[in-house]
Design a protein. Structure first.
Length: 66
């Protein structure tokens, strides 16, 4: 798992897998989920801080590497 936040653009990237993306689905205007053949591979959140998705409240509890 990899979490990256781009402060200048206010974009949050959450990567669960390096698998190839086979399908992208937008949920509203600011959340996009990339699906691999075996499930969710990545999530992108636009305006993450502005909408309260960043910083993550439980970030200290998340594993540093998957």
């Amino acid at each position: 798992m990899k979490i990256q936040y781009e402060d200048k653009e206010d974009i949050l990237y959450i990567e669960f897998s390096k698998e190839a993306i086979v399908k992208d689905v937008s949920y509203g205007w600011n959340i996009n989920i990339g699906y691999a053949s075996n499930g969710i591979a990545e999530i992108t959140v636009l305006d993450a801080k502005a909408n309260g998705y960043w910083p993550l409240e439980n970030a200290k509890d998340l594993p540093l590497a998957a």
